[in-house]
Design a protein around this ligand. Structure first.
Ligand SMILES: CC(C)(COP(=O)(O)OP(=O)(O)OC[C@H]1O[C@@H](n2cnc3c(N)ncnc32)[C@H](O)[C@@H]1OP(=O)(O)O)[C@@H](O)C(=O)NCCC(=O)NCCS
Length: 184
């Protein structure tokens, strides 16, 4: 599916463009936003590469990755980066993730972003299952995934190697039939 264009009350999802590199770097170059993620803060060049690969993957057939801009309103400033990737070894399943600019935390945007990704997954792509993984210490992510209606399912031990050590992940999931698409 291309292009993605989804919105809720305050936020929208759209395809990335090369003009988004600085705004995405303001998120993924930040040590605060990446504190609990599986990688260290990115350089601007790294972010430019990620955005370019995301744009290329958007028009692949079949499309397996949806790396998207989260904007305030439709056509407003980029406040986040959201990603849905189809699971290659599961039927009609995908993993979601993302991050918001520090200035946009704490006002419900994280919850609305997860709802937007679930709208994409279940309404546009007709998926059966969506899951997400967080670092054990990422309390903001835990509350956000629960607030969006996902269920804690368990722990993957030694899931990611980051900052010199193997780290567990706590996993959340939601099935299509459980979906409660509360409007936000
Ligand atoms: C995780 C993240 C997207 C949350 O975004 P947000 O817009 O601040 O979240 P919301 O405002 O929608 O808050 C959702 C819930 O989380 C809680 N919360 C938010 N930040 C919190 C924090 N730092 N500590 C504890 N709880 C927090 C809110 O109180 C709210 O709880 P409630 O539903 O009980 O009221 C944001 O912190 C972020 O971008 N972090 C960096 C990247 C990251 O960790 N991504 C997730 C990877 S799995």
């Amino acid at each position: 599916m291309y292009p993605v264009a989804r919105h809720r009350s305050r936020l929208a999802l759209r395809e990335l463009t090369l003009e988004d590199v600085d705004a995405v770097h303001a998120i993924y170059g930040s040590s605060e936003a990446t504190e609990h993620l599986s990688f260290e803060p990115r350089t601007r060049d790294q972010v430019a590469g990620i955005v370019a690969r995301s744009i290329a993957s958007a028009t692949a057939t079949p499309r397996e990755e949806y790396a998207l801009a989260v904007t305030e309103g439709e056509g407003g400033p980029l406040v986040g980066y959201a990603r849905l990737a189809l699971d290659p070894h599961q039927q009609r399943a995908a993993t979601i993730g993302g991050a918001l600019h520090r200035d946009a935390w704490g006002i419900g945007y994280g919850t609305e972003t997860v709802h937007l990704l679930l709208d994409l997954a279940f309404d546009d792509l007709d998926l059966h299952r969506v899951w997400a993984a967080r670092a054990p210490k990422n309390e903001a992510s835990a509350k956000t995934l629960l607030a969006a209606g996902m269920t804690e399912e368990g722990r993957i031990r030694g899931h990611v190697f980051v900052r010199g050590a193997w780290r567990d992940s706590v996993v959340y999931g939601v099935l299509k039939e459980e979906r409660n698409p509360a409007r936000t």
